[in-house]
Every structure is written in C-alpha cells, then in structure tokens.
Design a protein around this ligand. Structure first.
Ligand SMILES: C[S@@+](CC[C@H](N)C(=O)[O-])C[C@H]1O[C@@H](n2cnc3c(N)ncnc32)[C@H](O)[C@@H]1O
Length: 279
C-alpha cells in the first residue's frame, strides 16, 4: 500500500502527545538506528517520527493494553476489513448498539472485529477513556456526542501504511531492555507520576502504575543508557521524578492537559523530558 499523507493518531488517548509534538520534535536524536516505544498509546510520537523518516527500520511498538495492540496489528494486516466493520457500527450507532458492543467479550471476536469494536467504543464512549472493571471488562459509559466521528477511512489507511513492517507486541515496559541495541532510540511515555496524591489523572495511573513502577522504569532507563541507546522519557515535573533522573538532561515543557476529571482544572502544567544525549 502506498503511503500518501503522513499518519497521525486516530484514537482518543489519555496523555496523548499530539499537542506536545512541536516541543518534542526538536529533542529527537539526530542519528539512531532502530526505534522502540514501550508505552505507545495513540502513537503520536511514532507517527510523527515516521513522517520525518519514512525509511525508518526496525521499529517495535509495545503497550500493556492488549486491545490497543490488537487494533494496530489488525490495521497493519487487514485495514479494509476493519474499515468495513466500522462502517457497520457507524450505521447502527445508538445507545442500545453501544451497550451491546460494550458487552461483547473481545476475545471471542476475530482480530478485525475486535479492532473495530475497540475503535467504535473509543470514539463513542465518555471522553475516550479506557477503563476496565476487575474482570477486565470495558466499563466506560457512552459519551454524549450528538454526531461522533467514528472513523475516517483515509486516516486508518495512512495508519495502516505507517504500521507495515512494524513489530507490535503486548508487553510490559521492561522488555525493551533486552531488545534494544546500541544506537537505537527509545522513547518512554509512561502513566505520569501524579502532581499531588489526589490528582487522579487517568484510571490506569491510579493503582496500576505507582512509585515502585516509576523506580523500575528509571532502572530500565539507566540500563539502556549503559547499553549505548539514545533514551528520551516524558513524565510530570515533580520532585520525585526529577530526583529519579538526576544526572541526566531534564528539559521543561509546558502541556495543556486534555483529559481531567474536573474540566475547570484544565490548564498548562509543566512536564519533564529526560534525555541521555544532547538534542
Ligand atoms: C501516557 S500513555 C502513552 C501515550 C502516548 N505517548 C500517546 O501519544 O498516546 C501511557 C501508556 O502506557 C500503557 N501502560 C501502562 N502500564 C504499562 C506497563 N506496565 N507496560 C507497558 N505499557 C503500559 C497504557 O496502556 C498507555 O497506553
């Protein structure tokens, strides 16, 4: 499939980096070999990098979210089937349809149907949130959109083209330590350390990614640094995070928070970008 316009994120994703790209792009390393993104989310950074370097080789995108990774794999391998199924969801969209689709166990569906379900729910649920209950079932209520844009076929085809020859895996972030080679570029965008103990930015940050994970991530960062990789990491600008990455270049960027439980609290917050190389 020919790559026409550059791909960009097609999902709503908590912590998505689209609006920070103009600040992040000048910080990408000038030279590197392979690319690894262990918290890929909506892929804003990968898609931009791919637009800047169409010849990028040896790309590995991973995330612990199985539905997300299946969605990318299905688009890479059978975009037209996903698009056809999304067109059906769009036709049938209603409150009843939303809750019927939400109730379907995704592992009973084939990969394309599972991806179409995921995209449909992402675009019609409340705020594009991803939250599952204790049995792993997606439980976000329907959003109040009058006429939600469920998909754009052109955008999905561009994403599919950008995902050709890309390795996609469900994995925890530390797996990258073994797989990245000297001179590879690794970008980490983990669930953020909260600005205050009550700042509950997304459901996945709450219990699932606490201080022990942030410490483990800093160990992985240092291991990759020792290996000779170029490592870039985003996180919130907090004393805890700044201390974890002491000794590395820590650059402040300003971000507008897009998803917050209290919309009155939306505003600009500082984030840190940690580099182990000179940009
Ligand atoms: C801040 S988001 C990344 C956003 C992404 N940069 C974008 O532009 O959309 C963090 C991601 O980390 C994933 N995640 C959470 N815990 C993880 C873990 N232990 N290992 C790998 N991925 C994890 C979440 O599923 C989520 O997609």
């Amino acid at each position: 499939m020919a790559e026409t316009a550059p791909a960009r994120p097609f999902l709503k994703w908590a912590g998505g980096k689209s609006r920070l790209l103009s600040q992040l792009e000048p910080l990408f390393p000038k030279t590197f070999t392979g690319y690894h993104e262990p918290f890929v989310g909506s892929g804003a950074v990968y898609f931009r990098l791919r637009a800047l370097r169409p010849g990028l080789r040896r790309v590995r995108l991973t995330d612990s979210n199985e539905e997300l990774i299946n969605c990318y794999s299905a688009l890479r391998d059978s975009a037209e089937a996903v698009i056809r199924l999304l067109a059906r969801h769009k036709q049938q969209h209603s409150r009843d349809h939303y809750y019927a689709v939400r109730a379907q166990p995704p592992d009973g569906l084939d990969s394309a149907a599972r991806a179409a379900r995921f995209i449909y729910l992402n675009k019609t649920c409340y705020n594009g949130l991803y939250r599952v209950n204790q049995s792993g079932q997606f439980n976000v209520p329907m959003g109040r959109y009058v006429n939600p844009t469920i998909f754009d076929a052109g955008e999905l085809r561009q994403a599919s083209a950008a995902l050709q020859n890309v390795a996609l895996n469900v994995a925890d972030f530390w797996g990258v330590t073994r797989l990245a080679r000297r001179s590879d570029f690794v970008y980490f965008d983990p669930p953020y350390h909260p600005l205050s103990p009550t700042a509950n930015f997304t459901s996945y940050t709450a219990a699932a990614f606490g201080e022990p994970h942030q410490r483990q991530l800093a160990d992985v960062y240092r291991a990759l640094d020792r290996k000779g990789c170029r490592v870039m990491l985003s996180n919130s600008w907090t004393p805890f995070v700044l201390q974890l990455y002491k000794g590395y270049e820590r650059i402040e960027v300003k971000a507008a928070r897009a998803i917050n439980s209290k919309s009155a609290r939306r505003g600009k917050v500082s984030e840190v970008v940690v580099l182990n190389y000179r940009p």
